[in-house]
Design a protein around this ligand. Structure first.
Ligand SMILES: [Cu+2]
Length: 270
């Protein structure tokens, strides 16, 4: 069971939640923050008490790795971990270790069958981590439009995307991040739009509500594309390793543990 409590992420969370949340959040968290020099990671939080008001922050990375474990994709695109169990109020900090991914909920508002708890609003991140060199020969400004929008000192879109400050000098290799707080118990399936067809999807179980009424043991029973996970994302999300009960039991499920990836699930259960 791997957990990623990140005390230093608190500022990012507050940034994400907005100013109002910052003020109210400060009161709750300031007391828990004993001092700056030490991390509370030492006190293993194996059973974080629910309702303490201070959500644990977990990290999920966007990764690309070859060679592919499926011939229908050029390399493996995946979230790591691919399955994660959190408690209501916990936050996942998505770290775009490799660029050009996003995090999208399967939600009717996006034209897809709901694969998040009822009542949860649609959410998605931008495609993050993008840099000009990420896409060969990409042009930020179409020919002939260079400088036409310059009113002096305008920030270009590239400067805004990561939210990181960039002074002079070389860029720091700090990955973009995006945070989401999971408040409602239940099962959440998430996808990466650019790589869903390659299987880049993940499942988050919030609390101990492991029922996934949207799931079916027969992927072919799912409606046509855009109503459910398409192509290899179906394979990812229907993998035995990502069954909600297994995610709760394991705490987190690594990409390598998926049977579809070739993980040896030692226990052969009937
Ligand atoms: Cu992706």
């Amino acid at each position: 069971m791997e957990r990623y409590p990140l005390d230093s992420s608190r500022r990012d969370v507050m940034k994400a939640l907005g100013a109002g949340a910052v003020l109210s959040g400060l009161g709750g968290t300031a007391t828990a923050q004993t001092d700056d020099g030490e991390t509370d990671a030492g006190q293993s939080s194996d059973t974080p008490s629910s309702g303490d008001g201070a959500g644990t922050v977990y990290e999920v990375e966007t990764l690309i790795r070859g060679p592919p474990t499926n011939q229908n994709r050029p390399v493996d695109f995946f979230y790591q971990p691919t399955g994660l169990h959190v408690q209501p109020g916990d936050v996942i900090k998505f770290v775009f270790t490799t660029p050009d991914h996003n995090v999208v909920s399967y939600h009717p508002a996006f034209g897809m069958r709901r694969r998040v708890p009822t009542g949860v609003r649609a959410f998605s991140s931008p495609v993050l981590g993008w840099q000009p060199r990420s896409i060969a020969d990409d042009q930020i400004e179409p020919p002939g439009e260079m400088g036409s929008a310059g009113e002096g000192g305008e920030q270009d879109s590239d400067g805004q995307q990561s939210g990181e400050q960039r002074g002079g000098g070389p860029r720091e290799p700090v990955p973009s991040t995006w945070l989401y707080a999971f408040e409602t118990p239940g099962v959440y399936d998430l996808l990466c739009s650019p790589h869903e067809t390659y299987g880049m999807a993940m499942r988050v179980v919030v609390g101990d509500a492991t029922e996934a009424p949207f799931e079916t043991s027969d992927p072919n029973a799912l409606p046509a594309p855009r109503a459910g996970p398409v192509e290899l994302a179906r394979e990812t999300l229907t993998d035995p390793a990502l069954e909600p009960s297994n995610i709760v039991e394991q705490g987190s499920v690594m990409w390598e543990s998926l049977e579809a990836v070739g993980g040896q699930s030692g226990q052969t259960q009937g």
